[in-house]
Write a protein that binds this ligand. Structure first.
Ligand code: MCN
Ligand code: MOS
Length: 765
């Protein structure tokens, strides 16, 4: 944890905290932003994946004869080529990266698994040839999904939230005056970024590999290539300056990345592999289907005595991917007894991965639905029930909260929504044939921290360059880092250029778990301050300096001009000053590693390309972002159609670096919650364990016409246990609680409790 004092913020703060429009916005809307697959290379060839059409078994014979007659086909790779690859154990197995390596053996694990790769001179030729590859399968029985009669839940003792808890849950439940038990089920869901996955890979003559791919973690992808192909990290460069959304699926490199690099090495030519939209559904980006059993026990006056949260989720044949639902239950309420358990079901699917707020999103749906059910049982207002169980410290660790303005969030949200006008009885509010439902829910998201690194360069012309390999996946990293550097150096925002998403730049960990804003603003602030100090040391000591003051502290820099604080000399533009002292640049690189590790190359490597240093941001305080969400739905009484009419979200995310962008994050999260509550579900053809709605026409996500009036409110205040500059995590909290608030509103409208997402009209009939 860095300890930047609040004074240093007060003395600056000219740009941070302002509603500045995205620095990369114009480039994006004018098509100048350089997305990975738009990159053009001479001599490039195109690869297309052939997928298995059975879910389990072995590949018998692969007949390539017909495919090879297609003009332009250059090569067809299969497992028979046995191209050697090594596994990449960079993060705990199954935690977010699949262990499966394609084209290594004849075993089929899932429907959609890559079993051949066609390389041709054009994309069209490659597609045509891929359709001509004939495969004899030796199919074996498969487990289609979590409801398959042959599915067997297995224990995962090591999983977070497995067998954890406090107090005596069983005893407390037996003694509880009021009990509520329910099972909530959620289907497979997809991350669905607009920009599909794909990779361009090119090998140099000296065995170096350059990759263009959309990535939330260029440094992590670099590590993966280094492990897969057994080449030094230094030989790999991953370039990903713009990412068209990720929502978790672009955290790690997937089979497309590996196959493109493999083919490029074989072909000795650059290879472009662009996944089709359907292939984005059959190979990556999945939140598994989950069954959550929630049991609450309370006293008659609504004091929670116990929460039991039992979770069973799907995983793949190879990996133990855990989508743990109990994280929110463990911190949300002052409940003395709690137990949680985690089981997995192996299904014939690829390994699931993160989708925005993995664990928290579905966990809060179940918990906050159960709390609503309990509130009805106790005849208490749902906010009142929550206030009666308000946790004044972390109930799990007994640590104080760093900041927890959840009470303020309930208040502000309720006020903006008009909650006091709600009549609590289900079906008691209507407008013609529309039943009106008002529901609310809360949520939490842990504030995680990893060290980062940054380089700040002041050029001869006074412009400032900020460089990091960290990602901007759409949230606003480019913008907030320019704001940070401008404030720390005292230069105009427009004078700062930020470069991101390239492993030739200083290293950064994953833009996941919504941590990049906090950690990179900290790294850039520290680095820019060091650059400022170097500049002012020149001002106070260099023979060419026009100033008489002898201490760096006796200067101010404002609007890009240096001046002695006492006014003893005219202010001088930084560019002019650089000329006077004969410097063409001031370049500083710093990291935010713990002091004893800051200079160790191997420790730094671990920090940026593994999860070793990822952890709670404070040792002494429990640090979370908090939210309260309020929703109005209208349900057509005759047809059961649900429309969300209004949403209000009140958030405690600490200090906001850029409220405009943070609000956009929250709204995006709430809209994603809408998708989860009402629309999104993968459908599986049980006969072939095959995804049937593998496209955005049939896997339905909210579109503009679905999105209601959304109001978001910030109730946070700076939290220096959370981050160097006082911000807390923003990117995922908007999803947390949104689906529960909608489900609770649907119950209030209809009197019908649907415990199976999405809430589609037939479930309300
Ligand atoms: N921010 C702020 N004040 C803070 C913290 C953040 O103003 N105290 C704003 C900044 O504009 C910052 C943004 O919020 O750029 C997100 O910051 P942060 O919470 O650190 O999240 P990350 O940058 O690490 O982004 C990852 C996060 C995750 S994990 C998912 S999943 C997700 C999300 O961001 N995927 C997204 N939001 C997304 N938004 C878009 N457009 N696309 C995605 O794929
Ligand atoms: Mo976000 S799901 O942690 O990439």
């Amino acid at each position: 944890m860095s300890t930047t004092s609040s004074e240093s913020l007060k003395s600056n703060g000219a740009f941070l905290g302002r509603r500045i429009a995205r620095a990369d916005g114009v480039a994006k809307v004018t098509g100048r932003a350089d997305y990975a697959l738009e990159h053009d290379l001479a001599d490039i060839v195109h690869a297309v994946i052939v997928e298995s059409i059975v879910p389990s078994g072995r590949i018998g014979k692969i007949d390539l004869a017909a495919a090879q007659t297609i003009p332009g086909v250059l090569r067809i790779l299969t497992h028979a080529d046995a191209l050697p690859l090594k596994s990449c154990p960079m993060v705990p197995a199954g935690s977010v990266m699949e262990s499966f390596l394609p084209l290594q053996d004849d075993r089929i694990r899932y429907n959609g698994q890559p079993i051949a790769l066609v390389v041709a001179d054009s994309f069209d030729h490659a597609i045509e040839a891929a359709g001509g590859v004939r495969v004899d399968y030796q199919a074996e029985p498969a487990v289609a999904d979590i409801d398959d009669p042959t599915a067997r839940p297995i224990d995962v003792p090591g999983a977070p939230s497995s067998g954890m808890g406090r107090g005596d849950a069983k005893g407390a439940l037996a003694a509880a005056a009021v009990r509520m038990e329910a099972t909530y089920t959620t289907p497979r869901e997809y991350s669905c970024p607009m920009e599909p996955l794909g990779t361009i890979a090119a090998w140099g003559t000296d065995g170096d590999l350059t990759v263009w791919m959309p990535s939330q973690w260029a440094e992590g992808a670099r590590r993966a290539f280094s492990e897969w192909f057994a080449i030094p990290m230094e030989k790999v460069r991953v370039i990903s300056p713009f990412v068209g959304g990720g929502f978790g699926v672009k955290v790690t490199a997937h089979a497309d990345a590996l196959l493109a690099a493999m083919a490029a090495r074989e072909m000795r030519r650059p290879v472009k592999l662009a996944l089709s939209r359907p292939q984005n559904f059959t190979g990556n980006g999945l939140r598994p289907a989950i069954r959550q059993n929630l049991t609450l026990g309370a006293s008659e006056d609504g004091k929670l005595q116990v929460i039991i949260h039992e979770n069973t989720s799907e995983t793949s044949v190879d990996d133990d991917y855990v989508e743990g639902g109990a994280a929110t239950a463990r911190v949300m309420y002052a409940v003395p007894n709690l137990s949680s358990s985690q089981k997995l079901v192996r299904v014939n699917s690829f390994t699931p991965s993160w989708k925005r707020a993995p664990g928290e999103a579905i966990g809060a749906y179940a918990l906050e639905s159960a709390m609503d059910e309990l509130a009805y049982k106790l005849k208490l207002d749902p906010i009142e029930l929550r206030l009666r169980n308000y946790a004044s410290q972390d109930p799990e660790s007994a640590k104080p909260w760093s900041t927890r303005r959840l009470r303020e969030a309930y208040d502000a949200g309720a006020r903006a929504f008009g909650w006091e006008r709600r009549s609590p009885e289900p079906r008691s509010m209507r407008d013609g044939h529309e039943l009106i439902g008002w529901g609310m829910a809360g949520g939490a998201f842990p504030n995680v921290h990893t060290p980062g690194e940054a380089r700040v360069t002041i050029a001869a012309d006074g412009s400032v360059d900020v460089a990091s390999s960290g990602a901007d996946i759409g949230g606003g990293t480019y913008t907030i880092l320019a704001q940070t550097a401008a404030d720390a150096l005292g230069v105009p925002f427009e004078q700062v250029r930020v470069r991101l998403g390239d492993t030739s730049l200083p290293r950064a960990p994953v833009a996941g778990v919504s941590q990049i804003a906090n950690l990179l603003t900290g790294a850039v602030d520290k680095t820019a301050r060091a650059a400022r100090e170097e500049l002012l040391t020149l001002a106070s000591s260099h023979a060419g300096s026009p100033f008489k003051a002898k201490r760096a502290n006796d200067f101010t820099i404002k609007d890009g001009k240096i001046a002695p604080t006492d006014g003893s000399a005219e202010a001088v533009m930084i560019s002019e000053f650089m000329r006077m002292v004969g410097r063409d640049r001031i370049e500083v690189t710093r990291n935010t590693m713990p002091a004893d590790k800051a200079s160790s190359e191997s420790e730094q490597r671990d920090a940026y390309d593994s999860f070793k240093y990822m952890g709670p941001s404070s040792a002494t305080h429990a640090t979370y972002a908090w939210c309260a969400q309020f929703v109005e739905v209208r349900v057509d009484e005759d047809y059961g159609t649900v429309r969300v009419r209004r949403m209000v979200g009140a958030f405690d995310c600490g200090r906001l670096y850029n409220p405009k962008l943070a609000e956009s994050q929250w709204k995006g999260g709430m809209i994603m919650g809408m998708g989860e509550a009402l629309l999104e579900a993968i459908h599986i053809d049980r006969r072939y364990a095959r995804i049937t709605n593998n496209n955005l026409a049939e896997y339905v996500v909210p579109v503009n016409a679905d999105v209601p009036d959304i109001e978001v409110i910030s109730v946070g205040e700076p939290d220096f246990h959370a981050s160097a500059l006082g911000g807390k995590t923003v990117g995922e909290i908007g999803v947390v609680g949104a689906a529960a608030a909608i489900a609770n509103a649907v119950f209030h409208a209809t009197g019908k409790r649907v415990r199976d997402l999405p809430i589609t009209m037939e479930k309300l009939m």
